[in-house]
Each structure stands twice: as structure tokens, then as C-alpha cells.
Design a protein around this ligand. Structure first.
Ligand code: PLP
Length: 374
């Protein structure tokens, strides 16, 4: 079956199917939200919309945490905000590392002056929660990436919450939120951050953050960042009375997040998770049927991010894996991601997130691979 015009090199940008680990295509409601007229960031109508956005975030994070709001900045801003407000000089921080984003957490924690205890697991395998709990007798914080985007592996959180003792538990939920179950309160997660561009189906630019009352009680008096000082921001985003100016909120991005969360909650969180699972199952079964080897073990495999070893023997003469990704993009309008770090050049990362998580996109990709590979 020919699924695209062999002679056409025209790129139809609006038809692009973004299936990389990066931005997913936004929900249609989100694209419309960007056309709304701007309001002032202290306008009472905008404040009401911001309040509703924070309520919606509490629902998707499954938390009652009053301090829940979108940090102005991408997922890495949420990561910085989480560490810089809770970690001071010499604090022991246990970090799970089984991919790029666990490594990034170590770097951020070290820059806060922490003594970092990295608990490593082979890339492509989950981290045993007991190893994290046993790594230090009295850590200030235990940090783990829930959905490791660089490998497609899920790391479990519930056991960490149950065994954390006096430590705070920090979870990176950039790729997990609205893709798989995230239950902050049930699992005892004290600080979590996410990113808008993954399963929430909103362009990059905000980092939803949620902080438990237990963690709020331990926030540093004077963190080494003015912009990310959570006590100062809290007066603006979660105050009940007059809001004090802290920084100018990115109005249009908050419209977009409000709309994206609305789309998710209208569909229903369970239904959204089920759609991601259905697409992940379809994609992973299709890849395995074609002889591809999946990186993550079935027990800890993310549906929204599939990491797969590139089958060298299926590449056409002299073509590299990067050539195939380029062909997918230029001829089929489908973007998939290359490997990161140790997986560069030998793995693909295929995102199926947010609005992009539709069975038709999986069918299109598998058919395109049939055509491009030998
Ligand atoms: N954490 C994880 C698990 C991610 O996948 C990413 C980005 O892909 C980040 C953190 C950093 O987010 P951003 O690129 O939005 O700053």
C-alpha cells in the first residue's frame, strides 16, 4: 500500500503528527484558547480563570494540596523550583537515575549544595524502590522520575511514599501526568512537577507544580532563587484575598492550559488514561509483530512513550536510523524521536501523547514503517 506520494516533497506542516518525546499536538480547544483576547494578569476575570486552572490541576494530580499551580517556565523550571525551595547546603538527597532526567535531577540538586546519593539502574530497567529507601539513613529528600522519557520506563512511587520516613518525596511527572495514573495524595508524594507539552496536550511553556502541606512547612526561608521562591509566588497564585504582584503571568499559556485541562476532564481522566493505554498497546504489539525489540520490560512499560531498538537488518542499503526518521518526517509528516545519551543512534522514542494518542496515528506510523523498512 502506498500511503504517501513518492514524488512530493511538500511538507504540510498543519498535518504533522508529532510522535516524538517532545511536544504533542495540542487539543483543538487549546489552539482556540490562544486566540482569546488578553486580560491583565491582575484582572479579576483572569484571576478567576487561574483559580479554576489550579483546581483542574489538583484534579489531574489527584491531590488536595492548596499549593498547586503552573510555574511560568518549562518542565525544567518546575524541577528547579522543586529542588531550590527544599534543599540547602549539605542536605542529603537520594536520586534515582535510570535515564537522562534522573541525571538532570542530580545536577540540579548538586547546584543547590546537596550531597547527592545517586541510585543507578541500567537504562531501560526500573529502579527498585527499596534500593532508594536503603540508600541513606536520613535523607532530606528522595527524588525519582515517574516516567523516564529517555527510555520509556515507569518508576514506581507508592512504595517510596509508604517507606519515606521523615524524608520528602519528590516526583518528576513531566511525561506521566494525564497519560498514566498519578495519585499524589494516595502515594504520599510531597512535591511533583510536570510539563504542559506531553500528555496534557498543551504547547511547552508551563510546569504544573504541586506541594504538600508537609513540604510547605519545610520550604526554605530564603531559597537561592528569587524567581522560583515558592513562598513569594504563593501569595500571587493561591492567595484568597488581594493578589500581590510577583511576576507577570504568561496569560495566553494559562488560557491554553485551562483549555487543555478542560479537554482532559471533559473526556474523563480514566478515559484519557485508557486511550493512552490503547494506543500504547496497539503500537507496541504492532512493533513486536514486525520484529522490533522493545526496551522497557512489560511490567514497567509506558504506553505514552515507547522506546524501541532500531533493527539494523531492516534498514535499506546505506540508510541510517536518522535517515528513516527524516523520511518519516519529510514524506509522511510523522515525527518520532531519536535515542538520548547511551541510546543515541540505536533506539527510537515514539511518543503517543495528549491529542496525538489516537489509534489512527499508530496505524499511519506502522504503515509508513512497513513502506520505509526492508
Ligand atoms: N523531566 C522529564 C521526564 C522530561 O521528559 C523532560 C522533558 O522532556 C523534562 C523533565 C524537562 O522538561 P522541559 O524540556 O519542558 O524543560
Amino acid at each position: 500500500m502506498e500511503i504517501f506520494d513518492q514524488n512530493s516533497s511538500e511538507r504540510v506542516l498543519s498535518d504533522r503528527v508529532l510522535m516524538g518525546p517532545g511536544p504533542s499536538n495540542p487539543y483543538p480547544e487549546v489552539a482556540q484558547a490562544f486566540t482569546r483576547p488578553l486580560l491583565g494578569h491582575l484582572d479579576s476575570d483572569f484571576i478567576a480563570l487561574l483559580d479554576e486552572t489550579c483546581d483542574r490541576l489538583r484534579t489531574v494530580f489527584c491531590t488536595d494540596n492548596p499549593l498547586t499551580f503552573p510555574v511560568s517556565g518549562t518542565g525544567s523550571a518546575g524541577m528547579e523550583a522543586a529542588f531550590v525551595n527544599t534543599i540547602g547546603e549539605g542536605d542529603a538527597v537520594v536520586v534515582g537515575v535510570n535515564g537522562v532526567f534522573g541525571q538532570r535531577m542530580c545536577d540540579v540538586a548538586a547546584r543547590c549544595g546537596a550531597t547527592v546519593v545517586a541510585v543507578e539502574a541500567e537504562w531501560g530497567t526500573p529502579i527498585d524502590p527499596q534500593r532508594l529507601l536503603d540508600a541513606h539513613p536520613d535523607p532530606t529528600l528522595i527524588a525519582v522520575v515517574h516516567a523516564e522519557t529517555s527510555t520509556g520506563v515507569r518508576n514506581d512511587l507508592a512504595e517510596l511514599g509508604a517507606g519515606k520516613g521523615d524524608a520528602l518525596l519528590l516526583a518528576d511527572c513531566v511525561t506521566s501526568l494525564a497519560g498514566i495514573d498519578v495519585r499524589l495524595d494516595d502515594w504520599g508524594v510531597d512535591i511533583a512537577y510536570s510539563g504542559t507539552q506531553k500528555c496534557l496536550g498543551v504547547p511547552p511553556g508551563l510546569s504544573p507544580l504541586s506541594v504538600s502541606p508537609r513540604a510547605v512547612d519545610r520550604l526554605l526561608e530564603r531559597p537561592r532563587s528569587w524567581y522560583f521562591d515558592l513562598q513569594m509566588i504563593a501569595d500571587y497564585v493561591t492567595g484568597s484575598g488581594a493578589r500581590a504582584y510577583h511576576h507577570t503571568a504568561p496569560i495566553s499559556m494559562i488560557y491554553a492550559l485551562h483549555a487543555g485541562l478542560g479537554a482532559v476532564l471533559d473526556e474523563g481522566l480514566d478515559a484519557v488514561h485508557a486511550r493512552h493505554q490503547q494506543c500504547g498497546d496497539l503500537l507496541q504489539a504492532g512493533l513486536e509483530a514486525r520484529g522490533f525489540e522493545l526496551v522497557a520490560p512489560a511490567t514497567h512499560r509506558l504506553p505514552q512513550l515507547t522506546s524501541v531498538r532500531v533493527p539494523e537488518s531492516r534498514l535499506p542499503d546505506s540508510a541510517t536510523e536518522a535517515d528513516i526518521r527524516e523520511e518519516l518526517l519529510s514524506r509522511c509528516g510523522i515525527e518520532i524521536g531519536g535515542g538520548l545519551g547511551a541510546f543515541a543512534g540505536n533506539c527510537w522514542r515514539i511518543g503517543c501523547m495528549g491529542h496525538t494518542a489516537r489509534p489512527r496515528n499508530v496505524t499511519l506510523l506502522l504503515a509508513a514503517l512497513d513502506e520505509l523498512l526492508v
